[in-house]
Design a protein around this ligand. Structure first.
Ligand SMILES: Nc1ncnc2c1ncn2[C@@H]1O[C@H](COP(=O)(O)OP(=O)(O)O)[C@@H](O)[C@H]1O
Ligand SMILES: [Mg+2]
Length: 330
């Protein structure tokens, strides 16, 4: 199952949530792949990778996809000369060389033996602009389906869970995250502006997905993508929550009024353990408990463990619903 941790707003705890869910799932025995879609690359750095080049990021996956799709589309014509779009060998040379990478070349190891990563780097933000140029070079490219197609290429049993850490923006790479995700997990802080930007994020993501549904129907159909994009589940997760803060409690109620049972029952608490462990670029799961007071460490662990328990239920429910549908189809 693929889960995108995503929100428009920066600093709401997306990366912290993605990192801790990945750690908790790995400790629970699952094989995890994390995909860093955010060129700020905080998750990449916190997983111990420092030297990443843009062709090893999601952007590289998009370039490779363009090459493969260009050839697939040309192959659909009985006479390739009839194809109005370029083939891979007519694409810019740098795209071709990135396109020559193999599926596993994008995956790197972390210090966790059961967590792998597709990393990001600052340059991935810069080259994002190139995607617009590639779209104009190849007008039949379903540029929003690259990562979904890529992940489909991985062997079914390589990972149990794939977690995306998304940037606070809607662009080519983050649209790919939305399209590849089965479940959206939306962290939000317990303040009014966070509420405001969370609703605005959902609105804008909805609009972007609708634009794709309306504007790219044929391209998507030819590429075997079903539109409109549907998620198995969408959940809002309150972060940096203080149960003793009446304002936070009031905001939690407001969120529940609007999003109902889609709001996670177990918020992530505001904790010094995250700030403390962040200093060492570690998660609460990695940090030595002796670096803080025992109570701080224990409460932080409890908060992340409960949030993970609920997350696992959400994922397993979606998984079981899918398996049932597949059984019915058979
Ligand atoms: N539960 C928490 N308790 C305390 N600090 C937190 C918590 N979650 C996140 N933070 C801090 O907030 C900042 C932003 O978190 P981050 O996960 O990087 O947000 P985003 O990925 O949404 O930009 C970081 O400095 C992080 O240490
Ligand atoms: Mg982040």
């Amino acid at each position: 199952m693929r889960v995108a941790v995503s929100n428009f707003k920066g600093g709401v705890g997306k990366t912290v949530v993605a990192q801790h869910l990945a750690n908790a799932a790995a400790l629970d025995g699952y094989r995890v792949l994390v995909v860093d879609f955010d060129p700020q690359a905080t998750l990449t750095h916190s997983m111990g990778l420092a030297e990443v080049r843009e062709w090893n990021t999601v952007w590289g996956i998009m370039c490779r996809d363009l090459c493969r799709e260009a050839n697939r589309i040309a192959d659909d014509y009985d006479d390739p000369a009839d194809c109005p779009y370029p083939t891979a060998d007519e694409l810019p040379e740098d795209v071709q060389s990135i396109g020559a990478q193999r599926v596993q070349d994008f995956i790197q190891r972390t210090s966790w033996s059961t967590i792998d990563i597709i990393p990001s780097c600052a340059n991935a933000a810069f080259v994002e602009f190139a995607s617009a140029q590639y779209r104009s070079i190849h007008k039949a490219w379903s540029f929003f389906g690259c990562v979904a197609r890529y992940l489909d290429e991985l062997p079914d049993d390589q990972y149990d869970l794939i977690i995306f850490d998304c940037p606070p923006a809607i662009g080519y790479q983050s649209l790919n995250a939305a399209f590849a995700a089965d479940i959206l997990y939306i962290p939000s802080g317990p303040g009014y502006w966070e509420y405001d930007s969370t609703t605005s994020y959902l609105g804008q993501l909805g609009d972007a997905l609708e634009d794709i549904t309306n504007g790219f129907e044929r391209i998507a159909k030819d590429a075997g993508i079903t539109l409109p994009k549907k998620f198995d589940d969408v959940r809002v997760l309150m972060t940096r929550f203080e149960a003793s803060n009446t304002l936070h409690v009031a905001m939690m109620d407001a969120f529940k009024n609007v999003f109902g049972s889609d709001v996670c029952q177990n918020p992530i608490e505001m904790t010094r353990a995250v700030e403390q462990s962040g200093r060492f670029q570690m998660s609460v799961y990695e940090q030595d408990y002796r670096q803080m007071t025992r109570d701080t460490w224990k409460r932080a662990r409890q908060s992340f463990d409960s949030a993970y328990g609920e997350f696992r239920d959400v994922v397993l429910r979606a998984w079981e619903a899918r398996t049932k549908v597949e059984e019915r189809v058979e």
